[in-house]
Write a protein that binds this ligand. Structure first.
Ligand code: HEM
Length: 402
């Protein structure tokens, strides 16, 4: 008999290895589920999640997307319209598909440097040796973070992600506080540099500089807003993508047939990228909070509660995707043009870094295809318990050179 998941909470240890049976049960039996022990509501069907993310008048971001009911959270993710539109417009041009393309050559060089260290080294931890530094260094350089600080920032991003996921234990909370102080100090330095004429809107040195120039509407961000935006870019850029790349490597190791097919036909990389994003769903879910009561498909969610949107469950909803548990290279044949998965969410908060993430994923898959013949798993994968992002801490592999 199938397990009953009435006791579901995102923190159940048994979800670390495989959350999908719980999502199957939720979608079938309690698609708008009151998690009484945590005082939250969990939404698991694709259509319901899509409805919620498009109604930002009821489902607000003003308390952030994590567990804490925090009005001063992580920049864009914690702001509603109309202010959200003003701040997002400042960043949009830097994250367009065309703009992020300028990072491709640097990403390829960086990946090659990291792969040099692990190819044909049995037992190399791909998560720590490749995925993490690949993202941390690329985004860090772009943001103007000094090389010596990149590891600290990366660890801070991991702590921020844990606290968002409801881990309020001493270590991550302490680390998050130092992470906040780091960006507070960086914002002060940036403000002084701007006031001394070190950069201006037409002549930016780094992505961070853009935050210290007026938005297209002429708004100047407050000190706190710039600090939060810097932290958001570091968290968004590091944690989700790095975790996802490790999951991709693990998947390609477990499915050598698919690795071989992609190696033989690189035009499949965009389609593979989108199906991997759906199938592996790095972000399990994130929150909104209700500004008024709302009838979602027959269940009334009360006002003033946190609502967890289970993007990973929506991505595996059989009423939206045929055989969702099957990996199909032809599910989104035109790549991003067909993709309707929820991994970057939809609506006004759709991931700002989606094009950059896709670029990094493409560079990573192509890099593995160029330089590696087979990916052998040499030991058990180690996941850390983050209730909102699926995290891989250790992935021991032997990358056999092509
Ligand atoms: C596979 C990689 C990634 C995944 C799965 C991902 C996922 C997401 C999701 C689900 C959201 C929406 C949060 C919500 O529900 O409100 C989001 C927002 C955001 N992401 Fe990403 N992300 C990725 C990579 C990146 C990268 C590389 C960056 C930047 C360097 C980035 C920056 C952001 C920002 C700034 C937002 C806030 C957008 C807003 O609220 O308007 N992300 N991301």
């Amino acid at each position: 008999m199938a397990t009953d998941w009435k006791h579901y909470t995102p923190h159940l240890p048994e979800l670390i290895d495989d959350p999908y049976p719980a999502y199957d049960w939720l979608r079938a039996h309690s698609p708008v589920h009151h998690v009484e022990s945590e005082g939250i509501w969990a939404v698991s069907r694709y259509a319901d999640i899509a409805e919620v993310v498009r109604d930002d008048k009821v489902f607000s971001n003003d308390e952030g997307v994590g567990y804490a009911r925090n009005k001063a959270g992580l920049g864009l993710t914690s702001i509603d319209r109309p202010h959200h539109t003003t701040l997002r417009r400042q960043m949009l041009q830097h994250f367009s598909r065309g703009s992020v393309g300028q990072h491709k050559a640097r990403a390829e060089a960086l990946l090659n440097e990291l792969l040099d260290e692990v190819i044909d080294v049995p037992g190399a931890n791909l998560a720590q040796k490749v995925s993490m530094p690949f993202l941390a260094r690329l985004v860090g350089e772009w943001m103007g973070i000094p090389p010596g600080d990149i590891k600290f920032v990366n660890d801070g991003a991991t702590a921020a992600s844990l606290v968002m996921a409801g881990d309020f234990s001493e270590e991550p909370v302490k680390q998050l506080a130092s992470f906040g102080q780091y960006f507070d100090a960086m914002a002060l330095r940036q403000e002084a540099a701007r006031d001394a004429g070190a950069f201006c809107p037409g002549q930016l040195r780094t992505l961070s500089d853009a935050l210290f120039t007026p938005t297209p509407d002429g708004y100047e961000l407050t000190h706190d807003e710039t600090t939060q935006m810097l932290a958001l870019l570091a968290v968004g850029g590091n944690e989700t993508t790095a975790q996802f790349l490790s999951a991709v490597a693990n998947f390609l190791a477990e499915r050598p047939d698919i690795f071989e097919t992609i190696r033989g036909d690189r035009s499949l990389v965009p389609a593979a990228t989108e199906e991997l994003l759906r199938y592996l769903s790095p972000v399990q879910g994130l929150f909104r909070n209700t500004l008024s009561a709302y009838d979602l498909n027959g269940t009334v969610i009360p006002a003033d509660v946190k609502v967890l949107l289970l993007y990973a469950s929506g991505n595996h909803d059989p009423s939206h995707y045929e055989n969702p548990g099957e990996f199909r290279l032809n599910r989104f044949p035109r790549g991003v043009g067909d993709a309707d998965h929820l991994s970057f969410t939809e609506g006004i908060h759709k991931c700002l870094g989606a094009h950059l993430a896709r670029l990094m994923i493409g560079v990573f898959i192509n890099g593995l295809c160029d330089r590696v013949k087979t990916i052998e798993l040499t030991g058990p994968m180690g996941r850390s318990h983050n209730a909102l992002v699926r995290c891989i801490e250790t992935l021991p592999v032997h990358l056999h050179a092509a």
